[in-house]
Design a protein around this ligand. Structure first.
Ligand code: 6PG
Length: 467
């Protein structure tokens, strides 16, 4: 039997799709799975691609079927199952072999696994895979971490299977250790904020303009050709237009308003805070999912909590579109700022423009905006801030007045817009040359003698004339 170029372990949706994608691009792929009966099922469904695929129920046989140095891609739940798997497979591996985790893992776990395996000469790669099942099968965006050696091994395969933007493969080696998983985490944080802002605009149209789901679908459909052009806006239109087979009514109206989350959005916020950054739009999106879980309390509060006197909000679709554009730019600004801070803190030399480039196709947050973001980072914006770049500022000048009107209108009407409002407040804080933390410093000095700097004597510590 021909030795395989790569082994894919884990034949769930993502693993199967990646194995088929690799086989379609001409690579010989060995596959295995914990539940052995999934293997013949998968091979049976592979059609003509089965010729490029070898199934191995036995782990030792699976490893032995690979060309050396070996490359094994794990597509299994991250956390303990992955650690257990690494321990089981390790005795069959040799120095210079590479293990890849293609799941959504906490980058700190990836750093630990890289370090643990380094002693044995085995390379460990955390690879962010975005695009869902369809992307994995036909072209995902791939964010690769780990060593240069591992990248040399992987590169021909991942460049073949990745999505392409104007023929540029949406994959790159972004940095060492857990850098790939960190970038994927922030990708997901931005994904959360984008989805939340879209949901906030949907809320205004549904609850304040009284639009039906199918009418809102038309609005998003019209927007998907303009500056908001993106996968998420496109699928929003499709989701809103879909009818429930049972009732014939829009399916979205039948879905419980409680959103799940597996952790990547929360990790983005946690890492942002650890790095001294604010990702308020992303935090608002995580928070909105979290409190959506408290359905009973929300239903009771609806009758108990007085909104105060509210004002009607005037609905202007062009204004909402511009507001969403501005909110999207600002949440990307926050996400990229977290990436820049991580790059400095962990000495990763992340190429932010390249990250924007590999997000232009294949991934969930792909959008027209990302091409402009790539251009913006190529010309080194002041202080590394996306929002200060010459490429981005004109779009913000157009969008922020709309964002301000939409947020103030929504607040006046008692309609929650936490992500849009968080983004706007971040923008306003950033453009505030003389902020208000002078007062915080005075308070800190008052109760804790923490000291402050004077504007006329920077660098020296002073105390206030408190009694
Ligand atoms: C992607 C997605 C994918 C998945 C996340 C988010 O880039 O393809 O981000 O990884 O949708 O796990 O899931 P949650 O919304 O459940 O956190």
């Amino acid at each position: 039997m021909t030795l395989a170029d790569i082994g894919v372990y884990g034949l769930g949706t993502m693993g199967s799709a990646l194995a088929l994608n690799l086989a379609e691009k001409g690579f010989e792929v060995a596959v295995s799975n914990r539940e052995a009966d999934w293997i013949p099922d998968f091979l049976g469904r592979a059609g003509s691609l089965a010729e490029q695929l070898q199934g191995h129920a036995d782990l030792k046989g699976f490893v032995a079927a690979l060309k050396t140095p070996r490359v094994i891609l794990f597509m299994i739940p991250s956390g303990e199952p992955l650690d257990a798997m690494i321990e089981t497979v390790a005795p069959f591996l040799q120095s210079a072999d590479t293990l890849i985790d293609g799941g959504n893992a906490d980058f700190a776990d990836t750093n630990r696994r890289v370090e643990d395996l380094e002693r044995t000469g085995v390379h460990f790669v955390g690879m962010g895979v975005s695009g869902g099942g369809h992307g994995a099968r036909h072209g995902p965006s791939l964010m690769v971490g780990g060593s240069d050696h591992a990248w040399t091994q992987l590169r021909p395969m991942v460049e073949s299977i990745a999505a392409r933007f104007e023929n540029d493969p949406c994959v790159d080696h972004l940095g060492p250790n857990g850098a790939g998983h960190f970038v994927k985490t922030v990708h997901n944080g931005i994904e959360y904020a984008d989805m939340q802002m879209i949901a906030e605009v949907y809320g205004i149209l549904r609850d304040k303009a009284g639009m039906s789901a199918s009418r809102v679908a038309e609005v998003f459909d019209a927007w998907s050709d303009g500056p908001l052009s993106s996968y998420l806006v496109e699928i929003t239109a499709k989701v809103l237009a879909a009818n429930d087979g049972q009732t014939g009514t829009p399916i979205v109206d039948q879905i419980l308003d409680q959103a799940g989350q597996k952790g990547t959005g929360r990790w983005t916020v946690i890492e942002a805070l650890k790095l001294g950054q604010s990702a308020s739009a992303i935090e608002a999106a995580v928070g909105a999912r979290s409190w959506s879980a408290e359905r009973d309390a929300r239903r009771m509060a609806e009758g108990l909590l007085d909104p105060g006197s509210t004002m009607p909000i005037s609905i202007d679709l062009a204004l909402l579109e511009s507001a969403l554009v501005a909110g999207r730019i600002l949440s990307h600004g926050q996400g990229f700022r977290v990436l820049a801070a991580a790059s400095d803190a962990f000495d990763w030399s992340l190429d932010l423009a390249r990250i924007a480039e590999i997000w232009r196709a294949g991934c969930i947050i792909r959008s027209r905006l990302l091409d402009d973001i790539a251009t913006a980072f190529r010309s080194d914006p002041p202080f590394g801030h996306l929002v200060l770049s010459d490429t981005i500022r004109p779009a913000l000048s157009l969008g922020v007045p709309a964002l301000r009107k939409v947020v103030s209108g929504a607040i006046g009407a008692g309609q929650p817009v936490p992500a849009l409002a968080g983004a706007l407040s971040w923008y306003d804080s950033l453009r505030n040359g003389r902020g208000t933390t002078n007062l915080i410093q005075a308070q800190r000095d008052f109760f804790g003698t923490h000291g402050f700097e004077r504007l006329d004597d920077l660098g020296a510590k002073h105390h206030g004339p408190w009694a």
